[in-house]
Every structure is written in structure tokens, then in C-alpha cells.
Design a protein around this ligand. Structure first.
Ligand code: UT7
Length: 333
């Protein structure tokens, strides 16, 4: 049994269609929906987002991110014995996006077929999904139930947006991020901390469901922005303190914060509470907005590929979203 699991490769993918705030503002104006670049930047820090083309699904974005992560780890699909995908926008109601992804990876080459038979499942914790998925993978690897996992956050959140609702449609985008997590004697993930409180279901939800071949209810994203904001700021500080305490470390030990990228003001608030300057925070919110479960691995990959995150550094990942669900992971990169 290994003491730790550690990240040995990262990858990410954004679909090519990029809409700057100006592009989106113009598209919305044509529909009679009024917003502005100034409002979006000032209230959220978002400058652009990427939208997947029709017919492109979460598994397609995940597939591209996984190929990058595997290549960074100098591994192939056949080396993977666990696949976990965090998503709230699965390709189908069932089977899981993880199963679809596993099969796409298996088809890469005759050798890659070795990934078939590995357990593959989705985790649904909305914007905290990647934190949940990484926590589950870490526990399975440390228990000896797998040796190498692909842990993925992948979303086509644009499919859930009501483009007549300016309070939500300017905030979200599509993308995917992935890591290869390996059982190891060397740290590694040091501590994880995940929570949920279902009494807040109505604050952020997509209340539609499928019944008898029809979608009933309202299958678009609903959010009480201010309610989410207030709750997010509080629980993110709590989970940051909890995960540091579990590892016997302090905020001053942190080299990097890789937060969920929903709103620059929430990120600034967390950084301030942890006494971290913003140059110790990986930021992607300006480049592609809130990609839900994909946002943390997208930011992590940016930090790794950009050379900011260096081996041995202490990194905190944290996220919060619908459920309410939230949590954090503390790791030595
Ligand atoms: O990933 C899951 C986690 N999600 C989040 O963390 C989101 C958390 N919430 C937020 O990020 C912010 O609450 C929002 C960005 C959603 C909203 O910012 P806010 O500063 O809380 O704005 P608000 O809801 O208080 O709205 C202020 C004003 C309102 O107008 P009045 O009532 O003051 O006249 C809104 O109607 O801004 C108006 N407004 C807009 N105006 C132009 C709302 N959306 C827009 C828009 N363009 N897109």
C-alpha cells in the first residue's frame, strides 16, 4: 500500500470558438439582452469564454485534456487503471462520461486497449467536482485499489445557459482539464477536505429532469448570485483552514493557490484571508470564465505548463458550487 498519491502529468483543452466580452455583448444585444464589457469585467473579472461546437461533448474535451496529461506523464492509456470524470454536463443521462472517455482512449492504438476494464465513473459535485474526484481517487490509490488514475473535470456548461438571462449567461464557458494521479511513496496529496449542505439546493441549480422522453421542469441554470457569493466566501476560507490543519501546515507555507475560477472578487477575498498576494494565485477567470468542474484542472495545467508551479512546492486547490458542495486539496507538486 502506498502512503501517497501524486500528480505526474497535467493537461487541458479549450474548444476553439472563443467569445470575448465584446463578441458576447454584441450577440446578446441582437436578442435584446443588455449587458456590457464594463459590467462583466468589473463584477466578475471575466474577459472571454470558449463554447464547444454543436455535436462536441464533455467526453470530447476530456479526451483532448487526457491525451495531454498522459503525454506529460510519458504514459499511455494502457497504464491507467482508474478513470474518474467530474462533470455536470455528461454526454448522456447514462452511461457515465467516464465510460465514454475510457472507450475513446482505448481506441487510440491496439496497445491503448489495455485501459478497458478499469473502473470508470462520474462524480457530480458541480464546481467542486474536480476536488471531489481528486479526493476519491486519492483515497482509492492510497487504499491500494488502483495504481494510476486519470482524474478529469470536463464541461459544456454553455448547453445549460439561458441566453435571455444576463445574470448568468455571461459567466460560464466550456473546457476540460485532467491529471494523471499515481500511487507513490513520495508526497503527494497531503490532505483533502470535502463538504456539502443540501439545504442550499435552490441557490444554484438546473431544475429540469427527463421523464417519459421529455424534459420536464426548467433545464437551464438558475442562480442566486449574491447568495452564492456570500456562502462561497465563507466556506472557502473554512475549507482552506481545515485542509491546512489536517496536514499540520499554515497559510504562510503555501506556494500556490489554484482556486475555482468563478469570480475574481471571490478569489481576491480568499487570497486576502490566507494572506497570499495575488501573484501566488493561478488565475484563468479572465481568459475563459467559469468552466465549473474543469476550472481548477485548467488553472493547474496553466501553472504547470507556464513553469510557475515547480516540483516540491505546496499547492492548494479549492472549489465551491451547486449543492452546495465545496472542498480543497493540499498537495506537494
Ligand atoms: O461556480 C459556482 C459558483 N458561482 C459563483 O461563485 C457566482 C457567485 N456570484 C457572483 O459572482 C456575483 O454575485 C455575480 C457576478 C453573479 C453578480 O454580481 P453582483 O455584484 O452580485 O451583482 P448583482 O446580482 O447584485 O446585480 C447588480 C446589478 C443588478 O441591477 P440593479 O438591480 O442594481 O439595477 C443586476 O440586474 O447588475 C445587474 N446585472 C447586470 N447588468 C449588466 C446583472 N447581470 C448583469 C449583466 N450586465 N450581465
Amino acid at each position: 500500500m502506498s502512503v501517497y498519491s501524486r500528480i505526474v502529468g497535467t493537461g487541458s483543452y479549450l474548444p476553439p470558438r472563443r467569445l470575448s466580452n465584446a463578441d458576447l455583448v454584441a450577440e446578446l444585444a441582437a436578442k435584446g439582452v443588455e449587458t456590457s464589457d464594463e459590467w462583466i469585467v468589473e463584477r466578475t473579472g471575466i474577459g472571454a469564454r470558449h463554447f464547444a461546437a454543436t455535436g462536441v461533448f464533455s467526453s470530447d474535451l476530456a479526451f483532448e485534456a487526457c491525451k495531454q496529461a498522459l503525454s506529460a506523464a510519458q504514459l499511455g492509456p494502457q497504464d491507467i487503471d482508474l478513470v474518474i470524470v467530474a462533470t455536470s454536463t455528461p454526454d448522456m443521462v447514462f452511461p457515465s462520461t467516464a465510460c465514454i472517455l475510457q472507450h475513446k482512449l482505448a481506441q487510440l492504438s491496439p496497445q491503448a486497449m489495455g485501459i478497458a476494464g478499469s473502473p470508470a465513473f462520474d462524480v457530480q459535485a458541480v464546481c467542486a467536482g474536480f476536488i471531489y474526484a481528486l479526493s476519491v481517487a486519492d483515497a482509492m490509490l492510497r487504499a491500494g485499489n488502483a495504481k494510476r488514475a486519470l482524474v478529469v473535470g470536463a464541461e459544456v456548461f454553455s448547453r445549460l445557459l439561458d441566453f435571455n438571462d444576463r445574470t448568468t449567461c455571461v459567466l460560464f464557458g466550456d473546457g476540460a482539464g485532467a491529471v494523471v494521479l499515481e500511487a507513490s511513496e513520495q508526497p503527494g496529496i497531503l490532505a483533502t477536505d470535502i463538504h456539502a449542505d443540501g439545504k442550499h439546493v435552490g441557490l444554484l441549480c438546473v431544475p429540469g429532469h427527463v421523464q417519459g422522453g421529455e424534459i420536464l421542469g426548467d433545464p437551464v441554470l438558475k442562480m442566486d448570485g449574491q447568495g452564492v457569493f456570500k456562502l462561497a466566501v465563507g466556506v472557502l476560507e473554512d475549507t482552506a483552514r481545515a485542509v491546512l490543519a489536517k496536514a499540520g501546515l499554515q497559510d504562510s507555507d503555501l506556494d500556490w493557490l489554484v482556486p475555482h475560477q468563478a469570480n475574481i472578487r471571490i478569489i481576491q477575498s480568499t487570497a486576502k484571508k490566507l494572506k497570499l498576494s495575488l501573484d501566488k494565485v493561478l488565475l484563468t477567470v479572465a481568459d475563459h470564465g467559469n468552466t465549473s468542474a474543469a476550472s481548477i484542472p485548467l488553472a493547474l495545467d496553466k501553472g504547470v505548463r507556464g513553469g510557475q508551479i515547480q516540483p516540491g512546492q505546496l499547492v492548494m486547490l479549492e472549489g465551491v458550487g451547486g449543492g452546495f458542495a465545496w472542498g480543497s486539496v493540499l498537495l506537494r507538486y
